[in-house]
Design a protein around this ligand. Sequence first.
Ligand code: BMA
Length: 310
Amino acid sequence: MSDLVRRFDKNPILTKDDIPYPVETVHNAGAVKHDGRYVLLFRSHRRTGRSIIGLADSDDGFAFRVHPEPFLEPANDGAFAEYEEFGVEDCRICPIDGAYLLTYSAYSRHGVRIALASTKDFRQVERIALITQADARNVVIFPEKFDGRYVRLDRPHSEISPWSIWISFSPDLVHWGDSKVVMKPVQYHWDEMKIGPGATPIKTDRGWLHIYHGVFPTMDGSVYRLGVALHDLKDPSRIIGVGDEWILQPQDPWEVTGYVHNVIFTCGAIPEDDGTVKIYWGGADEVMCAGTARIDDLVNLCLDHARPAF
Ligand code: BMA
């Protein structure tokens, strides 16, 4: 099968040289279209080794302009400060109810948990709540409610099970429950070590398409790749199919070598009216890359070349 994702020919789209304040990396960006413009909320390491979130925007989804100041830095006071002490990472963006929900990893001496914030204009941002205990990462919220409830995919950590994708429900975005596991790594498979939610799910006529990451352990360390899963339109806890093959693996020099080698990690993808999707990913935890795929091809992979969800 030919490559389902076509890399943009001018990758990487952002490097640390594009950032107007001192950082060592620019990667793992959440993505959304706002007022016809493409917006990225990317992660950058400071030289302390701790991360902040920056903002970039673009007319065409490929040429981005970075805003002069960081968008979100660890809180200095209030309820969030204690849990953001070690940095904020890997922000996802969910457009819903006329606003954008932001879910990001908050790191501290207590572990990693997920913080929820909201913005309407990407200027003002309001922190709402810490919505998981430690340890959990990679929360993506579906951009629609189901039977009046918000739904998210999340990834709690476990010492017993390989890290898996769970689903949780909420009436108010703050209190979450009815959690259950929906998808697990498959043994001796490209995602056998751990999996986690990636981009905010995309609605298609055949189901919710979720681009996730999977990790394989090698003698040379872990390899991070992307795969796809399709969730039922009405009941997102039901997985219709998981593509057996990865859709993207480290290949370009800036994906194979960098801050952490052999990493492709997504936090955002933007569906277009022409049936394509722009996928954004961090290369080797150091640069931002982009590519396009046909949504139908990704859905077909879930349906025609499926591996079990468990
Ligand atoms: C994960 C997270 C991601 C990162 C990946 C590869 O555990 O820290 O932010 O991209 O590892 O280093």
